[in-house]
Ligand binder design. Structure first.
Ligand code: ADP
Ligand code: MG
Ligand code: MG
Length: 251
């Protein structure tokens, strides 16, 4: 089963074709890296999947249901979470309050408005579990805006899974992080996405080889190759189109 299936997707801005017949499958439970040069259309593809942009043509299926052109909130409810390069948390609330909101939000859509009140103990247990998983237990009473940048990204990821997302789109989540912060963030992403499906734009081949089951290469709005990291590294067309960047770590 596929978490996401993209079929012959196209997007033009005026006369300019930016996404030019993309086919891509994100298998359920896989971690998939999306790579490609700057301007290839990676963020645009994420905007299309998350409903922020409407495709010109083509289909996007989430768990087998067509979602292209649907409003972003509907797509979130269907289990997709897309994080931006900026953080997306409630800054004046504490870490615990942020998580509680997300957990209640999820329950609110499964149960009647009042039923969650009878489930407060479950909510608190879930928050405690999430705090541990996110390594934010010691920060539970801190205001979200007092967290370090990597801690804010961790909380953002936590809010996504707490609110029920099983399919995650992360667009350069480690951008602006130091080497050690990147290593910690990668470890966290691996933990949080266990048993979920992840499509992640990333440039660092070291990170990609550690996280990705498969890679798709987007060049000028077309997926020119999909495969395991080893297959992609050995693909001459990828090396040519991507100017050797996939092998940069060997240079
Ligand atoms: P990437 O994330 O791979 O770096 P983007 O998806 O951000 O690439 O951009 C792909 C191309 O689409 C770029 O040439 C960009 O200028 C163009 N583009 C993105 N959004 C718009 C828009 N709203 N109107 C016109 N062109 C756009
Ligand atoms: Mg870019
Ligand atoms: Mg981008």
């Amino acid at each position: 089963a596929n978490a996401i299936e993209i079929r012959d997707l196209r997007k033009s801005f005026g006369p300019v074709d930016i996404i030019r017949g993309v086919n891509l499958e994100l298998r359920a439970g896989e971690r998939h890296a999306l790579i490609g040069p700057n301007g290839a259309g990676k963020s645009t593809l994420f905007h299309l999947i998350s409903g922020r942009l409407r495709p010109t043509s083509g289909k996007i299926l989430l768990h087998g249901q067509e979602i292209q052109g649907k409003p972003p909130a509907r797509i979130v409810h269907a289990g997709l979470s897309r994080s931006f390069q900026i953080t997306n948390i409630f800054p004046e609330m504490t870490v615990l309050e942020n998580l509680r909101c997300a957990v209640l939000w999820k329950l609110g859509h499964r149960y009647s408005v009042l039923r969650p009140l009878g489930r407060l103990r479950d909510v608190e247990a879930e928050c405690t579990r999430l705090l541990e998983e996110l390594r934010l237990t010691h920060r539970r009473t801190s205001r979200a805006d007092s967290l370090s940048y990597p801690e804010q990204r961790a909380l953002e990821l936590g809010l996504a899974v707490a609110s029920g997302a099983d399919t995650l789109l992360l667009d350069e989540p480690m951008a602006g992080m130091s080497h050690s912060e990147t290593a910690a963030a990668l470890e966290l992403i691996m933990a949080v996405t266990e048993g979920r499906s992840l499509l992640m734009v990333e440039h660092d081949m070291g990170v990609i080889f550690e996280m990705a089951d498969r890679i798709s290469v987007l060049v000028y709005g077309e997926v020119i190759a999909t495969g395991t990291p080893e297959e992609i590294r050995a693909n001459p067309a990828v090396q040519e189109a991507y100017l050797g960047t996939p092998n940069a770590e060997e240079a």
